[in-house]
Ligand binder design. Sequence first.
Ligand code: SF4
Ligand code: SF4
Length: 389
Amino acid sequence: MQIKLTEQLNATPKGQKAEEIIRSCVHCGFCLATCPTYQLTGNELDSPRGRIYLIKSALEGNQFNDVSIAHLDKCLTCRACETTCPSGVQYGELADIGREIFEQKRSRWQKLFRNTVRLTLTSPNLFNIFAWLFRHSKIQSKPIKANQVESRILLMTGCVQPSLAPNINHVTKNVLAKLNVECIETSQKECCGALDQHLSAQETALEKIKVNIDSWYSLLETQDANLKIDTIISTASGCGVMIKDYPTLFLKDDPYYKKAVRIANATKDIAEYLSEKDLTKLKPKQSNITYHAPCTLQHGQQLPGIVEKLLVDLGYQIATVTDEHLCCGSAGTYSIFQPKISKQLRDNKIQNLKESSPDLIVTANIGCLMHLSGGTKTPVKHWIELFDL
Ligand code: SF4
Ligand code: SF4
């Protein structure tokens, strides 16, 4: 796709990055078939290609209005289009650049609403006040200690998961202890920055990200054998993809770039980490389950099938889910700002997940877990909780 940036944008690294991404799109339209919002509305402007056109038009200095903002707002940032695109268009990165530009013309009331939601979710103290209403699971077992510490990892705590489902990281720590892996946990204040980044508060996101990078890099590089970690583990695939994307937020000559690459390379989803381990001494609870694959794991982290394989290796039968590649409608704060589409996607997803009549639905991201739980009586858990530890 050809593009002529405004002079002002042409002089900025973000403008040049956007131009590079837009030029890589050959407007073939393959991405339309896997875009959840295009499938629901049938409107080209609710498709990846249509949104690329809208962002391109704004970058060229043309007027845009509430209608353009609404079409970009409807995007789930599920990145199914990236998985489908034969030209490797980095749509997610372009959408964030587009959002930053569109934000300038958002109404004052919308900005206030969005900022209130963002600040509530990313402030652990504030969020804890609301969380007791929605708490999903409590810690159900005693903590286990490793017999001998063979390696040490940093477990990403996350900002919302500890209040909503503390059992997920509790079981994770117990599973790792059984494998003689010791966990250090990040502070609950160390949010990965995803919510700020995707709600057009990029400067706030970058401040948090730099604090994380400095803190985690020192643990990866320390010479102190009692503190040194070899891996950063996330049990929420939404946080994991954000951390793996840190290098895209810095120019290559920025002192943070190399550190961000080191952090990204050391970060693994818990499924990725356990796939490399011998799990024979762990016995998961057997039940009739079905698995929901979060977009952040299959499209964002490009790890399709990783949990399914692990579960099959552990003895589960995993039925194929119709339209597995489609988003469940959770997508961070999407269910708050786009409730109608979000509910439609959830209803479709639950119907597909229930085709095999499961007793339990498991997933790999707290956002999907909470969203799906709200639409079905079938219990929904993180798959790591299948371990009775
Ligand atoms: S599939 Fe890729 S190249 Fe084709 S229109 Fe979509 S984004 Fe552009
Ligand atoms: S990120 Fe998802 S919703 Fe957004 S354009 Fe791509 S496929 Fe569609």
